[in-house]
Design a protein around this ligand. Sequence first.
Ligand code: NAD
Length: 359
Amino acid sequence: MAILRLGVIGCGGMANVHSRGKDSEDIKDIIKVTAVCDIVEERAKNAAISWGAEHVFTNYKDMVDYVDAVLVVLPHDLHYECGMFFINNKKHVLMEKPMCNSESECLSLMAAAEREGVVLMTAYPVRYYPELIKMKEIADSGIYGKIMQMSIWTEQYTDPMQKYGEMTWGNTARLGGGQLFSHGCHYIDVLLWFLGKPIRGVHVGTKVGTPWLLEEGTSNVTIEFEGGALGYHFGTWGARGTKMGYDFQIHFEKALVSYNKHSGAFEVRQGMEKLITLDHGRQTREQTVTPIEIDADAADKRTHLEIRHFADCVLNNTKPITNAYDSLQGLRVIWKLYEAEKRNEIADLRGLGLGEKAE
Ligand SMILES: NC(=O)c1ccc[n+]([C@@H]2O[C@H](COP(=O)([O-])OP(=O)(O)OC[C@H]3O[C@@H](n4cnc5c(N)ncnc54)[C@H](O)[C@@H]3O)[C@@H](O)[C@H]2O)c1
């Protein structure tokens, strides 16, 4: 089988998370990380050890001859220029979320990928979780009827002073938005996947509890979809405690289907009774430490699944599930929600599809 030579660009927090899946059976036969890059040389060197990469760079342009594809794990404001450089050199790009900080950057990156015939995929690992895929199969089967509401809770604590002892790019305009844009993009993408075309929605955010951020650190979104289903996401970076961790719940006409990422419990309930439990047997982590590192279990992200999918798409010339087109739809929803919030209005979310006319 062909092996994809992958370059990793940016060797900070999330790149470390990615590297923990490197020995997974899912990717070790198909991916070889040949080169890594970080402007901080020590981070690049450490990443090279983690990945077993041969080449270490502090300027990503120097890695171009050593890779077929790159995983871009950079601050958001650098996604565009880095992605464009590699696409223009006919390299495939797995781009960390959000794709870019503006619609025009997303569109020109997409046009370049089309022109050069390379894969441009967004790293949305949640879409590759077997539990979410199972939920979608249940929804598509119609066994419990139509969806009334899908609700997603993501509760984290991400104060950089606690985590790194210093402020980071994530607390500046380089982030491109607040919690909804930077983290909620995963879950807007999931809501669109399950519920289809959005009609209208509201977002309200607050900075209370997350004073280190420029924009909102706690975010509530409600969206109405074509056919009447409602989608909801509560995301916070300020949780000093949590009961839910990350929780996904779908109320169907005939049952509640839920998955808790923290405990691994997958349940179907009617009334208060569990119909079936698909429990992964994982222990619920200790909840008494302050501050709580809710997002600390890297294995939970299981990003090797998305990396595997990316490699399959490149090697088989197929379109990714989390392709740039769908990814941009989600960002358009987020930008519309932000605009409407500023105007104190309900956002009209119809006609956000590429090439689709607004009604
Ligand atoms: N999928 C997820 O669950 C998830 C979680 C966290 C972060 N992310 C995403 O990962 C990306 C990176 O976030 P992070 O938390 O790892 O940030 P980070 O600050 O921890 O890491 C970024 C790294 O990029 C390096 N860097 C900066 N400029 C560079 C340049 N010009 N060339 C090479 N290296 C450079 C920095 O030195 C740093 O090591 C973002 O897109 C973020 O949204 C995804």
